[in-house]
Design a protein around this ligand. Structure first.
Ligand SMILES: [Zn+2]
Length: 311
């Protein structure tokens, strides 16, 4: 019964390592999808494993036992899981639920703030690209909401720093974030980590992959050397303190996702390893789901035995 939980915990670590090692080499679009799918499968299996480990505890409650048609004390004799382990699993499930509700509240507050920003911009003008009179070079995408379409914000500092082609590259990058709804991928990643804190580093790597995805899209509208040059210029012109502050911007341009690694990944033309991590993540996801299915079968047999023991 507890095997699915062990498998999910160990394989979560495997996924974290695979994504960290290959995030700069993998195809960013496929890598983003594979990371999210594998992450959510692992999250589901971890929570499912916790439910299985916790299950003997509520099964001792007389009402649940009457519904399941077994005697409460038969669970105590037959269960392979110690009472303390079941209680711990219940506590972990409650903690995960609390974290998820909390993250949902933060996400709703973020959405309200985003709506407020869109309203303020719309009052000033209706442009889809807004220029802020700020010295620090930066650009970011303001995701669309139900009432407002997405917008791109650029600072005067960035426009002054880049030439025409490089400005087009920065714009293409932000447009790619909006076109492919990267804000929704971020939300899915945040909720995943709230449910399953074992995957906490995946959020940062997901941010990196989304930046790489937008970088590669922008090379299609300009060219790789132009995108690399624009990114390098903006990163060099931004102090580390300002970069830290800018990293909190939604889908910020040259402030997120380790710019040096992004530039190196853009210039790396070795395409051989671009699919390796995807296959590895898919394999891990299937393995974890199989472990959960096996553990569910085990649990079913345990409760069946409890019913027979009662008769
Ligand atoms: Zn970006």
């Amino acid at each position: 019964m507890q095997d699915a939980l062990y498998a999910a915990v160990v394989l979560s670590m495997v996924v974290v390592v695979i994504v960290r090692l290959d995030r700069a080499r993998v195809d960013p679009r496929a890598g983003t999808w594979a990371t999210l799918v594998a992450g959510w499968v692992l999250t589901g299996c971890t929570l499912g494993g916790l439910v299985l480990v916790a299950s003997p505890l509520p099964a001792r409650v007389p009402l649940v036992a009457a519904l399941g048609d077994w005697r409460p004390d038969s669970i105590g004799f037959e269960s392979p899981i110690p009472l303390a382990a079941s209680a711990l699993a219940m506590l972990l499930l409650a903690w995960s639920g609390w974290r998820t509700v909390n993250e949902l509240r933060v996400l709703l507050a973020d959405r309200r703030e985003l709506d407020g920003t869109h309203r303020a911009i719309r009052r000033a003008n209706h442009a889809s690209v807004v220029v802020l009179d700020e010295e620090v070079p930066n650009a970011y995408a303001l995701a669309g909401t139900i009432r407002h379409r997405g917008r791109i914000v650029m600072t005067a500092g960035l426009l002054g720093l880049l030439d025409d082609e490089e400005r087009a590259a920065a714009l293409a990058h932000e447009r790619a974030h909006l076109r492919h709804h990267h804000a929704l991928f971020e939300i899915a990643g945040r909720l995943m980590v709230a449910c399953n804190p074992l995957l906490i580093t995946l959020n940062r790597d997901l941010g990196f992959l989304l930046e790489r995805w937008a970088d590669e899209e922008s090379t299609l509208e300009t060219s790789t050397p132009v995108v690399a040059s624009a990114l390098s210029k903006a990163a060099l012109a931004t102090s580390p303190t300002a970069r830290q502050r800018l990293a909190r911007c939604a889908l910020g341009w040259a402030s997120r996702g380790d710019v040096t690694t992004r530039v190196r990944a853009l210039l790396d033309h070795d395409g051989r390893r671009r699919r390796r991590a995807i296959w590895a993540l898919g394999f891990v996801a299937v393995l974890t789901a199989a472990a959960l299915a096996w553990a569910m079968h085990d649990t079913e047999r345990f409760f069946e035995a409890a019913r027979l023991w009662t008769r």
